[in-house]
Design a protein around this ligand. Structure first.
Ligand code: PAF
Length: 282
């Protein structure tokens, strides 16, 4: 496995693979890899000739009072997980490789970036879209793999790919959960043992909503009531948002239909966690 930190080297590595008509599967990450990331790498491995992972904590997607400086990092463990998943190259640039001193170009995906996390984290998706486009230009993947836990991020990226005619196939990958249902996230490492137990309320709220869907309930307000009740019953849990939305536009629903998305962001102490579930008739 090659570890590459320079942009020109990464471009040359990818160009050599593409010259041999090989496909490149790419999983962009911010490191501190968990089994959710590993599932992206394994899917990329199964579906491509060459696999690239990137590890880059992207400063432009963090707000001024967010956790950029404390974001968990463990490059040694990340590299060993990439090796185990048979990754061919890991791109680990430093911030100056990605953002030069006179960087002034940003990508903005307007509508799907507005609600939900976009409303509570202004500029977040502008930073995500910008770095993902740059990484696509550097790595030149045939397919790129993204987890569905970050559902809105996935919508922002698929919209950018469509609108800018990018030639990369976006592959959504299911959320990987701990045995008790908590969605895997690098930020789970911030939780104290007590908060870790409390964090289960996100999954429980989604399961309460799923039960209503299976029962045939159509009124979104009933879902919101059930989900809010579960979060409010948890000490130290503060909802940022709890919504039922259309999975494509992310606009709020009044009536829940097949394919509707339940989505929530909740602070457990100081840690902001997100989760979601798409309801589909089986
Ligand atoms: O999902 C993430 O880890 C990040 O938002 C991404 C896609 C790697 C961009 O920095």
């Amino acid at each position: 496995m090659e570890v590459i930190s320079s942009t020109p080297e990464m471009k040359a590595w990818s160009a050599a693979r593409l010259r041999d008509c090989r496909t490149i599967g790419f999983a962009p990450t911010m490191g501190y890899l968990h089994d959710g990331h590993v599932s992206l790498l394994r899917k990329a491995r199964a579906e491509n000739d060459a696999v690239v992972a990137s590890i880059f904590v992207n400063p432009t997607q963090f707000g001024p009072n967010e956790d950029l400086s404390t974001y968990p990092r463990d490059p040694e463990s990340d590299l060993s997980k990439c090796k185990e998943a048979a990754v061919d190259a890991v791109f680990m640039p430093n911030p100056t490789q990605i953002y030069g001193p006179d960087h002034q170009t940003f990508v903005e995906v307007t509508e799907v970036s507005k609600p939900l996390c976009g409303a509570s984290r202004p500029g977040h998706f502008r930073g995500v879209a910008t770095v993902v486009l740059k990484l696509f230009n550097i790595v030149k993947p045939t397919s790129a793999y993204f987890g569905m836990k970050d559902y809105q991020q996935l919508r922002v990226i698929t919209t950018m790919v469509r609108d800018l005619d990018l030639e990369v196939n976006i592959v959504p990958c299911p959320t990987v959960r701990e045995p008790d249902g908590l969605a895997m996230s690098s930020r789970n490492s911030y939780l104290s043992p007590e908060e870790r137990k409390r964090a289960l309320c996100l999954h429980e709220a989604l399961m309460a909503a799923k039960a209503l869907f299976e029962f045939g309930e159509k009124t979104a307000a009933k879902y919101l009531e059930a989900m809010e009740a579960r979060i409010k019953a948890t000490p130290g849990a503060n909802p940022d948002y709890i919504k039922l939305t259309d999975p494509r536009t992310l606009e709020e629903l009044e009536t829940v239909h097949d394919g509707a998305l339940a989505v929530l962001a909740v602070r457990i102490g100081k840690t902001r966690l997100i989760d979601n579930m798409v309801f589909e008739r089986s």
